[in-house]
Write a protein that binds this ligand. Structure first.
Ligand code: XMP
Length: 512
């Protein structure tokens, strides 16, 4: 069985946080959970075995009124009578200095390649040169380390480059060891997790895949399994690795509820052919249309979608004689759906219990960025492993403020495909974590040719996030905005194009 990660990275708003996780996996073979402070707090209550904590960088200053703070419980955490080690990176270090009464000021700023010189031998800089090239990006600097801290390295501009409080086992560096330009960055992170925190290697894609396969084999015995398959990275990876061990005992299927995007049925079919085994597509346009066609309110659409989805799941399972249904539930889903404490924020269509069936959650300890790498490791093509997420109820919840009739779904499907094409052509699609395109059915007025017009609008939400729990709009370059507006507004049902760059919170990624 895969277990929880040993390292918790607390995301305080830095651009490079994902890199910390990637460097740990690639250089140290160690997994990590990347969570914002609130989710980190919830996660820590369940994961007392955590061995190391890393505080990320941030775009903010510790003196800002809304400066991000890690949960304070991290300072009291102990394992085997010792403080769980903490490493602050850049803002993380400034936060620590500030919290422990040190001085942080706008001074000695550094952007880009820089250098540090270690001033006393420590485990953190073990087997790295005394003076080394690092990547720095900070306007604020630590002028005096806080109570109990002593400087252990100097920046090239004479500031505190790194510091430690050995009593509390808190370490901090002013630069970014996770940036590729920091020559010995991987060694420094490895020293922290392995030498200081005693973490054991736990990231080996083939071992993780094998342990998931074994767990499912143990759970299902000689039973049969049906797997709903959306073509996304989670269900594709699950189908790929389970079909390898279950063979004819697995049937996987895709529901075409008219929720899918342009060309998606064909793409899913290609992936299924690649995976092989017993796959089928179930066409259910009419069933879903009649269940959803009169609903305006998003949560009602979600509930109706989930109910129809559940009915098909049951009939497929009964038809195949299966009692086991694996779901692609990931670690953050469990946190967001309120299962690990806290409130349910969103109804995910596949987060359901069906009486008489055992729902399996083989990916429950994994994060999206890990599943993407695992998917790559089992040979799934880039179109699958780097695929943007797409909500289960699909285009039904992309028609806003009106029932999602087949006609409106056709409009939003078309708009979505054009917006994706344009952003791809301009080379910006890959920077967007999720391009949400909606159709706002409320009519507004305009002029077409010489005649007055009255029609709905398209809404474009280019969303940037690391974990989908928080995030912000990605401002598109003006030529992209212009082209999207001009292309989409040619269609008679679309008179205007709205662009939505609101952050989450308060706005969710999806519109409904
Ligand atoms: P929100 O809107 O909650 O979305 O910020 C976060 C991520 O979850 C996806 N999402 C879903 N995925 N079934 C899914 O499989 C659903 O019902 C569902 N609703 C939202 C959303 O697309 C985003 O990536």
């Amino acid at each position: 069985m895969t277990s929880e990660p040993q390292v918790l990275i607390i995301e305080l708003g830095g651009q490079l946080t994902q890199n910390i996780g990637r460097v740990l996996r690639e250089s140290s073979k160690i997994r990590s959970a990347i969570l914002d402070p609130k989710k980190a707090e919830v996660w820590l209550k369940k994961n007392q075995e955590v061995k190391a904590i890393i505080l990320s960088g941030s775009g903010q200053s510790v003196t800002d009124e809304d400066a991000p703070k890690p949960p304070q419980s991290i300072f009291g955490l102990k394992r085997k009578g010792r403080h769980v080690p903490i490493l602050g990176i850049c803002y993380g270090m400034q936060y620590l200095a500030h919290r422990f009464g040190g001085r942080v000021e706008k001074a000695k700023e550094e952007y880009g390649k820089s250098g540090i010189t270690s001033t006393s031998p420590t485990l953190l800089f073990h087997q790295t040169p005394q003076t080394q090239t690092v990547w720095a990006s900070h306007g604020d600097s630590v002028i005096t380390a806080g109570r109990g801290f002593k400087p252990i390295a100097q920046t090239s501009s004479g500031g505190v480059g790194a510091m430690v409080n050995l009593d509390l086992n808190i370490w901090a560096v002013q630069f970014h060891p996770e940036a590729t330009q920091s020559e010995y960055g991987p060694a420094i992170l490895s020293n922290f997790v392995k030498k200081i925190a005693d973490c054991e290697e736990d990231w080996e894609p083939s071992n993780i895949t094998e342990s998931i396969q074994q767990e499912v084999l143990d759970q299902v015995g000689d039973g049969k399994v049906v797997l709903p398959f959306s073509g996304g990275v989670d269900s594709s990876y699950t189908a790929r690795i389970l079909s390898a061990v279950l063979g004819a005992r697995l049937r996987y299927f895709t529901i075409d509820a008219n929720q899918l995007r342009e060309g998606e049925v064909a793409e899913i079919e290609t992936t299924a052919r690649f995976i092989g085994g017993d796959w089928r597509i179930i066409s259910a346009h009419e069933e879903f249309a009649s269940a959803l066609s009169s609903l305006t309110y998003g949560p009602d659409k979600r509930l109706a979608f989930q109910q129809e989805y559940g009915k098909i799941l049951i009939s497929e399972a009964l038809g195949f004689g299966a009692t086991y249904i694996p779901q692609g539930t990931l670690a953050p889903d469990l946190i967001e759906s309120g299962r690990t404490g806290g409130q349910q924020i969103v109804r995910h269509h596949n987060d359901l219990e069906l009486e008489g069936f055992a729902m399996l959650h083989p990916l429950r300890h994994l994060f999206k960025y890990e599943v993407r790498e695992l998917a790559k490791s089992v040979g799934l093509p880039e179109s699958v492993h780097s695929r943007q997420p797409f909500p289960g109820p699909g285009l039904y919840i992309r028609v806003v403020g009106a029932p999602a009739t087949p006609e409106r779904i056709a409009v939003v499907r078309w708009a979505d495909a054009r917006a994706a094409e344009i952003t791809k052509r301009h080379g910006i699609y890959k920077e967007i974590s999720q391009l949400v395109v909606g159709y706002v059915a409320t009519k507004t007025s305009g002029v077409r040719g010489d005649s007055p017009a009255y029609a709905g609008s398209a809404l474009i939400r280019p969303f940037k996030t690391t974990d989908f729990m928080t995030g912000e709009g990605l401002y598109l370059p003006e030529p992209v905005v212009r082209e999207i507006s001009s292309v989409l507004s040619k269609r008679s049902e679309i008179l205007r194009v709205w662009f939505d760059f609101t952050s989450k919170p308060p706005a969710r990624t999806e519109l409904e």
